[in-house]
Design a protein around this ligand. Structure first.
Ligand code: FE2
Length: 595
């Protein structure tokens, strides 16, 4: 069985499953070089087919993730072209009139300057005569039908298949199947939780794995108007003049810096919006517009108060919800996906709930992994039990020729033969960029498109920021830690596995041992727990670093220029290396050193 699934909104992209295994998955941003690109994922699809050496006609099924699609993300590249001012304008000119004044307003009219008709597929015959402005507001049933026909025609033409082979899959089923089948857990009665802001009118779902029937069974779903936790987090991010739908991690990162009395005051304001009653969420119906409510209630608080109060509120709601769920459904194994699963601090607290024995959060729980879940759920429906996702190295290989390397000016080029070479650079406090093997799927670099550094020297924070990252001063870097040696750095009594940086851990004296790899305010670390079979060469490098230093970890952050997607291939890697102050570029067979 060969299944291709595509997602057409934020971080558009695709996944390809052959038989019971995900062969390839990537996001369009890596090809377009536009962060969080939501344009039609043509390059991703063509590269998936090329990687597997198949044609569109070889596919048994093509799946579009989500039933109720909007054309606006691909038409306007909404998630990469809108800045904070645009988002504020939408709040004022679209949502406030619509939600509070009950006026009918065209969303597209407000951002019509973002429409890009020069791009695929809007420059093809299929778009001719399509009256975009006759689309109603986003996500209406009527729009969804027209948009479905449009995308099916485009996909059928691109893949040279009949539209009858193309179907849709409901948003939360994609998240749920990803949560379960990407995880290594296959226990009977595993609780499968999804939570996000919106997808096909839901913002969450609960499923249970029935081992006897080898199937997930949905037992509960949450209407997006009741369970509005992600939306509250999103709009608070925007209230803080950070980019909604993108910079929520910065709010989470800021939260631990304030623990004083204002946190509780802010938390009480959030309590007024949303409360949990058993398994049900109740959103305050007297608040028609969350953003407007925040503007009216938060202006006397500092940003660190707000971040701290919001995170505390989020953690409280989630821990209580998961506790109630596992009590109701009598589960001890839990998996979690959807946008809210990106909150690594809340995940840590969920993992600590005493009744939970096994907990797993697969990598990149936002909508970019919907296609993997769609492939899984389609396979499951057809009697195939998919393999778990042991790796996120699902993109292109970093292949190159010696000629390409020899053209790099002002560099010393050495053949890579042994990790000792890299080790000596690390011990000399050099910052190492890697572009080796297959590219990671998702926003976390896991060693193949990474920046690696010695986690002991606090000056490396400045050095990495100065060389390339320019990240906000309060944001921590994360460590990659040897799974077998984690007890020396992390407090993880249940041995919760987190190979994809999806859960934070308390550290043991982390501020002293690995100051570059911990959140300075609370000493937690969003660790990548590494086993040898996941990345043998990185594992060997860290093992040798451990032998020399007694620290079984390196700093691991993504290899990209500020505001750009992670590098994809050797061309990107060399360009970024040249345009940054990085010391070393570690490729498959070569080490490039600036001179
Ligand atoms: Fe989602």
């Amino acid at each position: 069985m060969k299944i291709l699934a595509v997602t057409l909104e934020k971080c558009s992209g695709c996944a390809l499953l052959i038989n019971d295994k995900i062969i390839f998955s990537t996001s369009e941003e890596r090809y377009s070089r536009i962060k969080s690109d939501s344009s039609f994922p043509k390059q991703s699809i063509l590269h998936a087919l090329k990687f597997a050496n198949i044609q569109g006609s070889d596919l048994d099924q093509v799946i579009i993730c989500g039933n109720k699609l909007s054309l606006i993300p691909s038409l306007t590249n909404e998630y990469s072209t809108l800045d904070v001012d645009d988002q504020l304008k939408i709040m004022k000119k679209y949502w406030y009139p619509k939600l509070v004044e009950k006026k009918s307003v065209s969303f597209l009219e407000i951002i019509k300057d973002k429409i890009n008709l020069e791009q695929f597929p809007f420059n093809t015959k299929f778009a001719k005569g399509f009256d975009y402005f006759s689309l109603e507001n986003p996500y209406t049933e009527n729009d969804a039908k027209r948009v479905s026909v449009f995308f099916k025609d485009i996909l059928a033409d691109l893949l040279q298949i009949d539209t009858s082979k193309i179907s849709h899959m409901e948003h939360d089923w994609c998240h749920a199947a990803y949560a379960f089948y990407a995880s290594p857990i296959r226990d009977d009665n595993t609780l499968v939780v999804t939570a996000d802001a919106w997808g096909d009118d839901l913002s969450g779902s609960i499923s249970i794995f029935d081992k006897k029937e080898n199937q997930l069974k949905r037992v509960k779903e949450y209407d997006h108007r009741d369970f509005q936790l992600a939306r509250i987090y999103r709009y608070t991010t925007l209230y803080m003049r950070l980019l909604a739908n993108e910079h929520e991690y910065k709010v989470m990162g800021l939260a631990p810096y304030y623990t004083g009395p204002k946190r509780e005051e802010v938390e009480k304001i959030f309590d007024k919006m949303l409360e949990l009653d058993g398994l049900e969420f109740k959103f305050n119906k007297e608040i028609p517009d969350i953003f407007n409510f925040l503007e009216n209630n938060l202006d006397s608080f500092r940003f660190d108060h707000i971040a701290s109060g919001l995170q505390k509120f989020t953690e409280k709601i989630l821990v209580n919800w998961f506790t109630n769920l596992i009590t109701e459904y009598q589960c001890t194994s839990v998996v979690f996906s959807g946008g809210i699963s990106m909150n690594v601090k809340a995940n840590m607290l969920i993992s600590e709930i005493p009744q939970i024995k096994h907990f797993f959060v697969p990598g990149a729980g936002t909508d970019e992994t919907l296609p993997i879940g769609a492939c899984y759920h389609h396979a499951e429906i057809n009697g195939i039990s998919p393999q778990s996702l042991n790796t996120m190295y699902l993109g292109e290989n970093a292949s190159y020729t010696e000629n390409e390397i020899n053209k790099i000016p002002n560099c010393k080029i050495t053949k890579f033969t042994d990790v000792e070479q890299i080790l000596s650079h690390l011990l000399n406090n050099k910052i190492i960029a890697t572009c080796r093997g297959r590219m990671e799927m998702g926003q976390r670099s896991l060693g193949n498109r990474s920046i690696l550094a010695d986690p002991r020297d606090v000056e490396n924070i400045q050095k990495i920021n100065h060389s390339i990252k320019m990240r906000d001063f309060w944001m921590p870097f994360a460590p990659v830690v040897l799974f077998d040696k984690q007890d020396e750095l992390l407090d993880n009594p249940k041995k919760i596995d987190s190979p994809f940086m999806t859960i934070a851990f308390n550290t043991i004296n982390g501020r002293n041992k690995i100051p570059v790899g911990v959140q300075q305010a609370d000493e937690t670390a969003r660790a990548q727990l590494l086993k040898k079979e996941q990345n043998a060469i990185l594992w060997e490098l860290i093992s040798k670093f451990y032998e020399k230093t007694g620290i079984p970890a390196l700093v691991n952050t993504s290899f990209n220029l500020h505001g750009e997607p992670i590098v994809r291939n050797i061309d990107d890697a060399i360009r970024v290396f040249k345009n940054s102050d990085l010391d070393i570029l570690w490729l498959e067979d070569h080490i490039i050193e600036k001179i």
